[in-house]
Design a protein around this ligand. Structure first.
Ligand code: ADP
Length: 312
């Protein structure tokens, strides 16, 4: 029986500029990116990957669902009549990227209105969500999702949370920080990025970030920090630092953290070796930031070959 990985959140429609001046349509979003890399890395016989979200009944919703399924990811989608997916457009100006979003009315905001899909999938071995997942929900839906995750944890599922702090999605920093800690308290594993945590929680260093989430109930905290060392602190005594290999030409850091999380979790779920998992996370993130875009193919490589390649 494959293990079951379920990511929960919002996948958006992406419009990115092409050299000819037109726009290409793609699909991306933090938790979806992680699901996509997870699917790329793990064989279906080892891991079943699902994405839980909500879509509307328009053509773009159909395209988005088809894209996810064509990637080998099972969809657990609530349908919201009349709604459409969130969208964003990438603008390029003198090599710098900027983004404009249309997501305030997106169908995904209703992903927790009815969590029967999550209950069906409640047998998931690992449930993954982020600060963006909770930011887009109305308060009652947010509480419903957290209660469902808590119940899944009670049944033995591993709950994994990336705080992915995005103040623009919240009414205030205080509210963002309050809900981040509440969401993190449902998770055994928390995967924060230090720069964000330092900005909004005033952590003086990575140790402070790890200590805060451990005191909040996490069993394992992996603090990413761009090119700096990854700090691992575990309630069970798994404690070390890992320095990622330098990346000579960083092209685009989009999805660095999302791809790190995927390789980390695949290794962790399959082999339960935390040091190898961190190394795989860094190696995949290094590969991803060497190319443009959120979804960088890890083509035609099964997990074992990829693991060898990642750790070479
Ligand atoms: P996020 O995308 O969440 O901001 P980080 O910037 O903390 O994530 O990076 C996640 C991981 O990506 C890091 O732990 C590291 O492995 C890799 N990474 C990011 N930036 C660099 C870089 N400049 N050089 C090498 N590795 C990097």
């Amino acid at each position: 029986m494959p293990k079951r990985f379920i990511a929960i959140g919002e996948c958006m429609v992406e419009f990115s500029p092409t050299p000819s001046g037109t726009y290409a349509v793609g699909f991306a979003g933090d938790t979806f990116n992680t699901a996509w890399y997870t699917r790329q890395l793990a064989e279906p016989a080892t891991l079943e990957v699902s994405y839980l979200s909500a879509v509307g009944d328009d053509g773009l919703s159909g395209q988005l669902t088809d894209f996810i399924e064509a990637a080998g990811i099972r969809t657990l989608m609530a349908r919201v009549p009349g709604a459409a997916p969130g969208m964003y457009m990438i603008f390029l100006s003198e090599g710098e990227r900027s983004f404009q979003y249309w997501r305030s009315q997106s169908a995904a905001r209703h992903l927790a209105d009815d969590l029967s899909a999550l209950e069906t999938a409640g047998e998931g071995d690992l449930l993954y969500f982020s600060g963006i997942t909770i930011a887009i929900l109305a308060e009652d839906a947010r509480n419903r999702l957290l209660a469902a995750l808590q119940a899944a944890a009670g049944r033995g599922a591993e709950i994994v949370f990336d705080p992915n702090l995005r103040p623009r999605l919240w009414p205030s920093i205080d509210e963002m920080c309050h809900w981040t800690m509440k969401a993190a308290s449902t998770a055994g594993i928390v995967l924060p990025s230090f720069e964000d945590e330092a900005s909004y929680f005033s952590d003086v260093d990575e140790e402070a970030t790890a200590a805060r989430y451990l005191a909040n109930g996490a069993r394992l905290v992996v603090v990413k920090n761009g090119a700096g060392p990854v700090l691992v602190r575990g309630a069970d005594g798994d404690s070390f630092q890992y320095q990622p290999e330098p990346v000579a030409a960083v092209v685009d850091t989009t999805a660095a953290g999302d791809s790190f999380n995927a390789a980390f979790l695949v290794e962790y779920m399959i082999r339960a070796k935390i040091r190898e998992a961190v190394r795989a996370g860094c190696a995949l993130a290094a590969h991803v930031i060497g190319s443009r875009g959120a979804l960088v193919p890890v083509t035609g490589i099964d997990l074992i070959a990829c693991r060898n390649r990642l750790s070479a």
